[in-house]
Design a protein around this ligand. Structure first.
Ligand code: COA
Length: 393
């Protein structure tokens, strides 16, 4: 009978549920690869568009392929007028991730290729989703502040276009370059919670907009993508480097988590944090205010030492920790930190949806369906006997 036992694996830690050719995270070595390429190399040598192409088409693009791909993104950036009108009906205090999730679902209503659902049409829908997610985030920020959305600029690449649509001014090339690196770093991370959500929905053969919309909901949580905004809230609350020590002691004594620390897979510091930390410092120097970087740096060392002292084990720094002070110095509003994560991660989500649904003739699609362990009532040895409502106390 033991063979029939289902092992309870809370949080699916260490469970491999599918094969993937898209990316790999080695949590002990602190190594992240997208389709075989090290993240450090992609961050320093490739643009977001090249990486999105790599994730979608399984190879780095040639110059000609990249030109075509950029043209496709450029043609797909604009939003349907109906959708902009719908965004204008949302209350100004609606959460940006909620608006984005709903808007992505609405995009499906406007996609003439939706009923086809072939591999090729899904790739075209994927390109639309990558292009339009950035426009949606920028448009919502402006609409909630009573401003008209800015039409995309066909002359600008993805990162620069996003900043342009946000502020209605051509961005500083260095800041646009930094955002481009951030988009590369956040684009993909194997079976993280939101990607798992996307794949789970895709496994039912629901369409790509449904899968991406579910992924956005998952990303919004503060234990996942929502952590970057919570890190900034924490930095703002701390305010000065000399308040770091007491903040850490108070939080640990209260049993609260320090946002931006800890990871479900990495046992060493996240390789992306090593890239983001110096960028945060440079960006702080550029604007003449390194306060948020300085607090982050001190917070990292203080929290690590305090954690080790309390628990006798190490805690790692994750991708959200330094992206907070970096985005803040770049002038990105805190409520857009997590949506900016989505602007990038959508490239990974769509690659996973395509892999899940169209992996090839040899791969048999499987509906995700885990088991649970029922620990509820039976009202005794048998199942509960039903009491009519008039007899219930
Ligand atoms: N601050 C303080 N303590 C933390 C911590 C943090 N950021 N992250 C984990 N811990 C503690 C837990 O409380 C737990 O202690 P316990 O055994 O006494 O209960 C222990 O470390 C193990 O934590 P656990 O939640 O099991 O780790 P996990 O690997 O399952 O979870 C995260 C990983 C990401 C959910 C977790 O580290 C976290 O909540 N981090 C903060 C949110 C964040 O930055 N999210 C973005 C992730 S990229």
């Amino acid at each position: 009978m033991d063979d029939c036992k289902i092992i309870l694996n809370t949080g699916l830690r260490g469970v491999k549920i599918a094969q993937t050719r898209i990316s790999d995270v080695d949590g002990d070595a602190g190594r992240l690869i997208y389709r075989g390429y090290l993240i450090q190399e992609l961050a320093s040598r490739a643009t977001f568009e090249e990486v999105a192409y790599l994730l979608l088409f399984e190879k780095l693009p040639s110059q000609a392929e990249l030109l075509i791909f950029k043209g496709q993104l450029s043609r797909e950036r604009e939003l349907p007028a109906d959708l902009i009108a719908a965004l204008k009906t949302r209350p100004a205090n609606a959460l940006a991730m909620d608006v984005l999730q709903a808007a992505v679902s609405m995009l499906a209503n406007h996609d003439p290729e939706l009923p086809q659902c072939t591999r090729d049409s899904t790739i075209r829908m994927a390109i639309r989703l990558i292009a339009k997610t950035a426009t949606l985030v920028a448009a919502w920020r402006r609409i909630r502040h009573g401003l008209e959305p800015v039409m995309p600029n066909p002359e600008l690449d993805h990162a620069a276009n996003f900043l342009y649509m946000l502020k209605k001014e051509t961005p500083d090339p260095e800041i646009a370059g930094f955002l481009d690196v951030c988009l590369v770093l956040h684009a993909e991370h194997s079976f993280n919670a939101s990607t798992f959500a996307a794949r789970e929905v895709a496994s039912t053969r629901a369409h790509i907009y449904a899968a991406v919309s579910a992924a956005i909901g998952s990303l919004s949580g503060e234990l996942h993508g929502g952590a970057n905004a919570r890190v900034m809230d924490m930095l703002l609350k701390i305010g000065t480097p000399d308040a770091v020590e007491s903040y850490i002691q108070t939080e640990f004594a209260a049993g609260r988590k320090i946002m931006g620390l800890g990871h479900a897979v990495y046992n060493v510091d996240d390789p992306r944090a090593f890239i983001l930390a110096p960028m945060s410092k440079i960006m702080g120097e550029k604007i003449g205010d390194t306060r948020w970087y300085d607090i982050s740096k001190l917070l990292e060392t203080t929290a690590k030492a305090a954690f080790n002292q309390r628990k006798g084990m190490d805690i790692v720094v994750n991708v959200d920790f330094y992206s907070a002070s970096l985005y803040y110095a770049m002038g990105i509003p805190v409520d857009l930190f997590t949506p900016v994560f989505a602007v990038s991660r959508v490239a990974g989500w769509v690659a996973h949806v395509i892999e899940e649904q169209y992996a090839g003739a040899s791969a048999k699609p499987v509906l995700y369906r885990p088991e649970s362990e029922y620990v509820g009532d039976y009202c005794g040895p048998e199942t509960c006997s039903f009491t009519p409502i008039e007899n219930r106390s």
